[in-house]
Design a protein around this ligand. Structure first.
Ligand SMILES: *[C@@H]1O[C@H](CO)[C@@H](O)[C@H](O)[C@H]1NC(C)=O
Ligand SMILES: *[C@@H]1O[C@H](CO)[C@@H](O)[C@H](O)[C@H]1NC(C)=O
Ligand SMILES: *[C@@H]1O[C@H](CO)[C@@H](O)[C@H](O)[C@H]1NC(C)=O
Ligand SMILES: *[C@@H]1O[C@H](CO)[C@@H](O)[C@H](O)[C@H]1NC(C)=O
Length: 434
């Protein structure tokens, strides 16, 4: 099945579900037994940032490798033996150092009985949840071995393991029963974290199990909604910018709604993009202009928002125009674009048009925190920019990735079922933190 066929399958599947729920509201959830009444208020988890950059272009390499893999929707894996998979995963060659994530955005959850704590990467660009590793996992009365293996490739790593159903505790008193969880036998490229919480669209799980390679795996969000724990399948993302190198727990992940206290003004909802491959992820259409002259650098095109990307990646031709306008040059040491302090004094805002609204991304938002220049192999003589090249020219169907540097300046909401994305300004949108 090629990506297009898969796309149609998903569209058909979604249409069938919509029809079914219209014809018979409630029918879809007959099988689920709500263990807790639907919560009126959303569930909120602390969301932390951890940095472990050693310089040498880590962040740029990691982000570009991820962009490349997101643009190539991974092949569907047929049934293979666990031994074979273990071998191929361990021997897999990646173009990036797989021992360093650079910047991780993580949540702490618990799995199993008795509960064991795991720090998981939060990823809107993939949709399998898994923990590492078999050594920390104790199957108990709440766990069910599905008999399936699981295999997922990422831009900078790969995991393979066994697929279990078990209880996942998101917050005190808030648990999901029978959540599918991969228990890693091999995880390459995930040092310093205990696995991954995949909260992207369910379609991305298709083909990741074996031998049952034609099923979808419900995400945490899907199960919260299907088990009647949350009222809406919303994921809200809030993160305050920080120039602290230590772990900063100043973010918040919200399931089931939005946290009104984390944004200001109106929440602007737009339909998700239809353009592939962006449509596989949290894809939107946007255009980007620069400065008071509103010079177009990226005309309306499809791309994604992504918690698994640190930087703001734009199509190569847009970056050329941006460099021309700002005087930025590529810095070999950090892999980022850099400008001089004098050029920074003249740096103007970028403007993102999403739906009918335009969002200002200030000069301060466009720079790497100066207090952390040495952490990425830079010096205090320069100002490094978080705007980087996605690696392909525009027209690819995935022409930008609004990574965490963007998500730190706005509150965003992702509604899987409603096929919509929401964005609002926050108290930190114009903050002078960097
Ligand atoms: C979890 O799934 C297993 C296998 O499908 C099933 O036997 C069990 O009843 C389920 N448990 C709950 C609490 O739904
Ligand atoms: C940080 O990065 C170094 C070098 O890549 C690695 O050896 C170390 O395990 C990492 N530490 C954490 C906590 O991820
Ligand atoms: C952007 O694209 C639209 C539609 O294709 C076109 O009308 C417009 O002229 C373009 N704008 C710029 C500045 O290129
Ligand atoms: C943008 O404005 C037009 C005209 O008012 C309206 O029809 C359309 O629905 C709006 N789009 C969004 C995404 O809000």
């Amino acid at each position: 099945m090629n990506p297009l066929q898969r796309h149609y399958l998903v569209m058909l599947f979604t249409a069938a579900l919509t029809l079914l729920s219209l014809l018979s509201p409630g029918l879809l959830h007959v099988a689920s037994k709500p263990i807790t009444p639907v919560r009126k208020s959303p569930v909120t988890l602390p969301f932390a940032r951890r940095m472990n950059v050693t310089g040498g272009r880590d962040i740029f390499r990691m982000d570009q490798a991820r962009a490349k893999s997101l643009k190539t929707v991974s092949s569907i894996h047929g049934a293979q033996s666990k031994e074979e998979l273990k071998k191929s995963a361990a021997g897999a060659a990646f173009g990036v150092p797989s021992t360093n994530q650079g910047v991780d955005y993580i949540v702490e959850i618990e799995v199993g009985t008795p509960p064991t704590k795991y720090n998981l990467l939060v990823d809107t660009g993939s949709s399998n949840t898994w923990i590492c590793c078999e050594t920390t996992y104790n199957p108990s009365d709440t766990s069910f071995d599905t008999g399936n293996g699981v295999y997922v490739e990422y831009g900078s790593g790969v995991m393979t393991g066994e697929e279990y159903l078990d209880v996942l505790h998101l917050a005190p008193g808030l648990s999901i029963t029978n959540q599918s969880i991969g228990v890693a036998l091999v995880a390459v490229g995930f040092d310093g974290v205990d696995g991954l919480l995949g909260i992207g669209p369910q379609v991305l799980t298709y083909g990741n199990l074996f031998p049952d390679s034609t099923s979808f795996t419900p995400t945490v969000t899907d199960n919260l909604y299907d088990q009647g724990i949350i009222a809406k399948p919303f994921v809200g993302i809030s993160f305050q910018p920080t120039n602290d190198a230590a772990e900063s727990r100043n973010g918040e992940l919200t399931f089931g709604g939005v946290d009104e206290s984390k944004f200001v003004g109106e929440m602007n909802f737009v339909p998700l993009t239809q353009t592939l491959p962006a449509a596989y992820y949290v894809g939107i259409d946007q255009s980007v202009t620069y400065g008071s002259e509103k010079t177009m650098i990226l005309n309306t095109t499809a791309g994604i928002t992504d918690t698994g990307t640190t930087l703001l990646l734009l199509a190569s031709d847009a970056v050329v125009v941006y460099q021309d306008l700002t005087g930025a040059v590529f810095d070999e040491d950090t892999g980022l674009l850099r400008i001089t302090p004098a050029q920074f004094a003249k740096l103007e805002s970028l403007f993102f048009t999403i739906g009918n609204e335009t969002y200002e991304f200030t000069a301060n938002a466009q720079i790497w925190p100066r207090a952390l220049n040495s952490a990425i192999g830079g010096t205090s003589d320069f100002v490094y920019l978080v705007v980087s090249d996605i690696g392909t020219p525009s027209g690819y169907g995935l022409d930008f990735i609004n990574g965490m540097v963007f998500l730190e300046r706005f509150y965003t909401v992702y509604d899987t079922l409603g096929n919509q994305f929401g964005i609002a300004r926050t108290a930190q949108t114009d903050a002078e933190v960097n």
